[in-house]
Design a protein around this ligand. Sequence first.
Ligand SMILES: NC(=O)c1ccc[n+]([C@@H]2O[C@H](COP(=O)([O-])OP(=O)(O)OC[C@H]3O[C@@H](n4cnc5c(N)ncnc54)[C@H](OP(=O)(O)O)[C@@H]3O)[C@@H](O)[C@H]2O)c1
Length: 273
Amino acid sequence: MQTAIHLDDGLAIPRLGFGTFQLSGAQAYDSVMTALDAGYRHVDTAQGYANEAEVGRALRDALVDRDEVFVTTKLLPSNAAADDVRTSTEQSLRELDTDRVELLLLHWPAEHVAPLAETLEAMTKLRESGLARAIGVSNFPSAMLARAFDLAPLVTDQVEHHPFLAVTPIERVLQQHGGFLTAYSPLAKGEVAEDSTLRSLAADHGVSPAQITLRWMLQRPGVVTIPKSGTEERIRSNAQVYDFELSDDEMASIDALDRGHRLVDPANGPDWD
Ligand SMILES: NC(=O)c1ccc[n+]([C@@H]2O[C@H](COP(=O)([O-])OP(=O)(O)OC[C@H]3O[C@@H](n4cnc5c(N)ncnc54)[C@H](OP(=O)(O)O)[C@@H]3O)[C@@H](O)[C@H]2O)c1
């Protein structure tokens, strides 16, 4: 199993990242410090999480070289106009105390703010000037994603994905364009811990349902996953997913849990596939 996805330009994306949504202040700093100590080398933040400064302080203080860590941030939709793409990214870099992010995403479709072509062109320029090593989108359904791939050199669509929510049409577009899927809310915001199939597999392997879920994602090519926890023990155990393996039958039994169960669906969100 590959622990990273390697792009043609030499950029490597660690497939297990650490999510930071709803972590703020000291808890954000402590959690990212713990995550880096536990072996995560990929941290996911966003302008909208109001924790870029804490993430940046942890990146600076951790006993891991900044070059070893893949950092993602996301543009607020309100910053989708070209000038705001640049100025807000520069502000994010100041908050993160870094000269570049490895990945810059548009957090949600934002055509009510600026045409998609304008936003993606401004993001492409940031990539060309080195402020972002790679660019992508988030919360794009498949048809909108296909249109975005025609406009810019994107590498990913970060969308909700867990055992209870398959995203097959999006994965198909990503495969067609050589992109990878970034699965957010991979633990279904903790609901995986209550599922009987996942609990039974967890008991069989002597691990947690969360570890079973993350392992299921990592055994599928082209998937990056970014679980969040603010609890030290869970931050550490969620990263222990490399010393057991799921059989084909076990993988299929998790595939079968899909029931279109979407947890993140704001009123102004896109029409999903
Ligand atoms: N692009 C977007 O629009 C978007 C939207 C949502 C999320 N995201 C990104 O994806 C990341 C992950 O998504 P998420 O935070 O929504 O949900 P998640 O990672 O699926 O689940 C986090 C929840 O699960 C709990 N948890 C963590 N480990 C557990 C374990 N081993 N057993 C039982 N429960 C466990 C956490 O509680 P404790 O903290 O108490 O451990 C927390 O309540 C976010 O942090 C963010 O970086 C992006």
